[in-house]
Every structure is written in structure tokens, then in C-alpha cells.
Design a protein. Structure first.
Lengths: 212, 351
């Protein structure tokens, strides 16, 4: 059985928020909740600005699941972490344990009234027999129809990949090799920070061409 | 032959392109210095610095900008989450069981080995007033809320280990929703009761030299004879101050987590929840001792908080200094009944 994962290629993400919009549209989440978000680090700083699209990572050892007082989370055969909204009491513990800020609540009311937690389902719906009810509670179930999450499908630069972990890491590895990294996707320790081999060569070529 | 016919077209296209290239050459040959810098800049912008240092910063919890309004959405990795999980699941959860279980087992052993403290002398049948109606009302208000909040709190921490496997899904969900809502709604009411109790009883609870001597004799467990005590003995005062400080900690931390509408950060909530659960478990473990001593542990103690009156024999044995002050106010059973029903006491009952 495939192990589903997201992967965001930060060298491709252009912070268009297309994935955010696609997700919101596919899942019709409640007002104020966006299951996916794009975080831009060093925004506006030339040479170090990086954008990354992030949602639930569907962790192997999920912290949300470990701290949930009602045990509403369950792992699927594809390695996804889904949850049962009927069991959710809105205590907020998953939000405090999750490193990625994936669980969100529609309310932040007095006396701990938060409503039911909502998070990315990898477009795999939730535990509900009736498809209409499932869509209303958990959003789209695209996986059931053999489709991948809409965020990744709609990504304009194919920075965001979703699917079988082996396959998407193969795609990413191919890109890394093409880019000329010496030691993996996160850049080379021996090189000037901010410039990959390919970028370095291209920059030098451009500079030379301009000077000649 | 067909190829020959096509060739002129190809040649003219190549020629046209060459001319175009030649025409555009001057602009490349005379570059602007700012343009050369821009080429590098453009490339650096499109292929930015995803280095290992960069990811080290992200792992350290660095924040950026985002369009999401969720709390903490601008942080890619909230590093405190993992520590919170470990504190809650690996330390507080088992630690609470050890504290509660240890307290219960110790009390049970004490009961089996020493037994309850009986009255040394027979009851005289004459009573002295110990707790007024308001005192008792506050005590039982706080006590009942304490038990309800304690039980519901324990359910939030432990019920998934023993109740979920035996309850059907719907019942389990309703049970946990009720636990959480009861806990959250009654919490602030407990805070009010606790505050009233602390204010009302604080003047009884300043430590004196008598209390130190009481502690030195272990409250009567060490050496011969019962140590002297005033209205409240050292042990009761210690419980009062424990309830005051640890109880206020529970109440303040509880109110912070009970009202997420003020926009507390995730980190604040994490720390507060840890403090809340540790303090509450300490208080619960200690309360077992208080409950035991006040009921099965000491003959004649429970009636004080139940009826407000204690027997002279009990007062003399446990609170001799206080008894000396109030012994002239002791009343007989008939008089007490009369007081309770509001009728005048029969003349012969007076002594």
C-alpha cells in the first residue's frame, strides 16, 4: 500500500497561494479556516526569501493523535492521519502539540468553546458513510476517486507534490540532480549560501556575457 | 529533389535570424553596470538560498509571513509542541497516577496499620459549635465542585485508556463532551468559592509556635500524648495554605486556558496547561489525606463539618487550647435540637 506524503519544493514555490485557494474550494472549509497556508521566510530579502506551502504532514508518529483525550485521530492504510469530528470535544490539545499548526478551530470562544477541529485530510474525507455528509463535515474525498489532493494538482509550478512517498521523492531527487546539488536537496554546505551550482554557473555566464 | 526545393526556405529563415542577432548585438555589447548586477540578483531571487543553515533556522522555529489568520500560522515549525507532548504524556500522565495511587495506598496502609484515631474519652454528649452555617456552605460548595472538577479533569487525562475501549462510540463522545463542558463551565464557579474560602478562613490560619510544636510531635503520631492545638491545628493550617497557593495556581491557570478568546499564544496555553495539570494533581493527591482524616481517620471529626457542632471530648482531645476558650458555650443535645428547629429550649435541658 502506498504511503501518502506531501512535498514542497521550496525552490519552485512562488507564493501564489494557488494551493490555498484550491484547498479552500475543494473542501469548502468554514470561515476563517484554511487547511493549507504558504509561509514566506525572509519576505522581501533578496537572495534568501523562500516560500513553502504547508498543511498537515500526516506524521508517522502524530503528536495530535498522542495527546488527543478522546482518541479521535486514526491512521489510514495510506499513512494518512484522519480524524472523527463526532469524537472531537474541541479541547485544542492537538493544536498545542502539532509542530505545523495544522489543526484549526472555527471558534475561540469563552469557556473553551472552539467547535470541532478541522485539518487537512489529504482530500481523503473522513469517517462518514453518507458521501454528502462526509463532504459537508470533512470536505472532498478525491482519493476515493483515484485523484490526488487538489492543492498539489493545481500547483502552477509543480512545487507542491502529493502522492506516494516513493514516487514524489523520486521526482524531487531527479530535480535535485538536474540542479546540480552535490549533497541532497537542501543545498551544498561547501558552497556560498544562496547559490546553487547551477545558479552560480548561470550567474557567472550572464555576468561574463554582459561584460564582454 | 524535394529537399533541394525546401532548402532555399530554410536558408532564408537562418539568414533572417542571423540578421536579427547582429542587429541586437550593440545593446549587449554596451552593458549598463546596474544590469550586470541585476542578472545575478534575478537568478538569486528565482533560485534562492535553501541551504542547510536555512533549514536549521526553520527547525529552530523561525517565523515568516503568511496570509493565514490562524494562531501561530506564520511559524513553520513550532518546536515547543514536541516538548509539550513529552511533558504531558511521559511525565504528567504517569506522574499523576503515581501521585494519586501513592497517596491512596499510603492512606490505606496507614488505616490498616494504625487504624482510625478514636476518642480517648467517652463522649460527654455536650457540643461546642465549630463551623457556622456559612463556613459549612462554603466548604461543601468548594468540596463538591472540587470533586466534580477533579473527576472530569482526570477523565480528560486518563479516560481514553480505560473507558474508550468499553464504551460505544456515541456514548464515549457524549461522555467526553460532557466532561469537558462541565469542567470548563464549573471551573470559574470553583474559583469564586475558593476565593471566598481563602478570605473567610485566612485569619484562623496564621502559623504560631503551638503549630511548630504540633509538627514536631507529628500531630500526635510521635511520642506520648496529643500535642496542643488551637482552633485549627498545624496540619489543618498546612492544608489551608496548600489549598491557597496550589489552589490559586490551579484556578488562575485554569481561567487562562478556559478563555482562549483573549488570543493567548499556543506557547502560553501549553505552559499554562502543564502548570494546571501538575498543580491539580498535587492538590488531588493531598486531598485524599484531608478527606481521610476528616472522615474515617478521626472519630468525631466529620460531624463538625456536617452539623457544625463537635463533641466536647473531641474538642478537648484535638483542639485543647480552643476548647479552653469555648467550653463555657457548650450546649446539650436537647438545646441543640431546639436551636436547629428554632423552638425555645426546654428549661430542664439547660445546665
Amino acid at each position: 500500500m502506498a504511503r501518502m506524503k506531501f512535498l514542497c519544493d521550496s525552490e519552485r514555490c512562488i507564493e501564489c497561494n494557488g494551493c490555498v485557494t484550491a484547498c479552500k474550494n475543494a473542501n469548502e472549509t468554514e470561515w476563517g479556516i484554511q487547511r493549507r497556508r504558504v509561509v514566506t521566510l525572509d519576505d522581501g530579502e533578496v537572495g534568501s526569501e523562500v516560500s513553502i506551502s504547508v498543511a498537515c504532514m500526516h506524521c508517522s508518529d502524530a503528536p495530535c493523535m498522542a495527546v488527543c483525550p478522546t482518541d479521535c485521530f486514526y491512521p489510514t492504510e495510506e499513512g494518512l492521519i484522519l480524524h472523527n469530528k463526532d469524537l472531537c470535544i474541541g479541547c485544542g490539545y492537538c493544536l498545542y502539540a502539532c509542530p505545523f499548526g495544522a489543526p484549526q478551530f472555527p471558534k475561540q470562544g469563552a469557556l473553551g468553546a472552539r467547535g470541532k477541529m478541522d485539518k487537512c485530510t489529504f482530500c481523503a474525507g473522513g469517517p462518514e458513510e453518507d458521501p454528502a455528509l462526509e463532504e459537508q463535515k470533512y470536505g472532498a474525498n478525491r482519493l476515493k476517486d483515484g485523484k490526488l489532493p487538489l492543492c498539489a494538482e493545481m500547483c502552477s509550478t509543480k512545487a507542491l507534490l502529493a502522492g506516494d512517498a516513493q514516487e514524489i521523492s523520486d521526482i524531487f531527487r531527479e530535480r535535485v540532480v538536474y540542479r546540480g546539488h552535490e549533497d541532497g536537496g537542501w543545498g551544498s554546505l561547501n558552497k556560498e549560501p544562496g547559490l546553487t551550482d547551477l545558479a552560480q554557473q548561470a550567474a557567472e555566464l550572464a555576468t561574463d556575457a554582459a561584460r564582454s | 529533389m524535394k529537399n533541394c526545393k525546401r532548402n532555399p526556405g530554410w536558408l532564408s529563415l537562418v539568414a533572417l535570424l542571423l540578421v536579427g542577432c547582429l542587429l541586437s548585438l550593440p545593446s549587449v555589447a554596451q552593458p549598463d553596470q546596474s544590469q550586470t548586477a541585476d542578472a545575478k540578483r534575478e537568478l538569486m531571487q528565482s533560485l534562492p538560498g535553501v541551504t542547510s543553515d536555512y533549514w536549521r533556522n526553520v527547525e529552530g522555529g523561525s517565523s515568516g509571513t503568511t496570509t493565514s489568520n490562524s494562531p501561530g500560522a506564520d511559524t513553520l515549525i513550532m518546536v515547543e509542541g514536541e516538548a509539550w507532548r513529552e511533558w504531558r504524556n511521559n511525565w504528567i500522565s504517569p506522574g499523576g497516577l503515581i501521585a494519586l495511587g501513592g497517596s491512596a495506598v499510603t492512606i490505606l496502609l496507614f488505616y490498616l496499620l494504625v487504624g482510625s484515631i478514636k476518642l480517648d474519652h467517652a463522649r460527654t454528649g455536650r457540643k461546642v459549635e465549630r463551623w457556622k452555617r456559612l463556613d459549612r456552605a462554603i466548604h461543601w460548595y468548594v468540596a463538591s465542585l472540587f470533586i466534580i472538577l477533579g473527576l472530569t479533569g482526570l477523565m480528560l487525562l486518563y479516560a481514553k485508556w480505560f473507558l474508550q475501549p468499553i464504551l460505544p462510540g456515541g456514548v464515549w463522545a457524549a461522555f467526553m463532551t460532557a466532561s469537558k463542558n462541565i469542567h470548563n463551565y464549573l471551573g470559574p464557579l470553583f474559583a469564586l468559592g475558593l476565593l471566598a474560602m481563602i478570605i473567610k478562613w485566612m485569619h484562623h490560619n496564621w502559623l504560631t509556635l503551638v503549630d511548630l510544636k504540633w509538627f514536631a510531635k507529628g500531630g500526635g503520631l510521635v511520642g506520648k500524648g496529643h500535642p496542643s492545638a488551637g482552633y485549627l491545628n498545624g496540619g489543618e493550617k498546612a492544608w489551608f495554605w496548600l489549598v491557597t497557593f496550589v489552589g490559586l495556581t490551579v484556578v488562575v491557570s485554569g481561567l487562562i486556558v478556559d478563555f482562549p478568546n483573549f488570543g493567548q499564544s499556543r506557547e502560553t496555553m501549553q505552559t499554562t496547561l502543564l502548570i494546571h495539570s501538575i498543580a491539580a494533581l498535587i492538590l488531588m493527591a493531598a486531598s485524599f489525606g484531608h478527606i481521610y482524616i476528616g472522615t474515617a481517620g478521626t472519630e468525631g471529626a466529620f460531624e463538625g463539618m456536617k452539623t457544625g457542632y463537635v463533641d466536647e471530648a473531641w474538642a478537648k482531645q484535638h483542639h485543647d487550647l480552643w476548647y479552653e476558650e469555648v467550653k463555657d458555650q457548650a450546649i446539650g443535645e436537647a438545646e441543640l435540637q431546639a436551636l436547629k428547629t428554632g423552638e425555645p429550649a426546654p428549661a430542664d435541658a439547660k445546665s
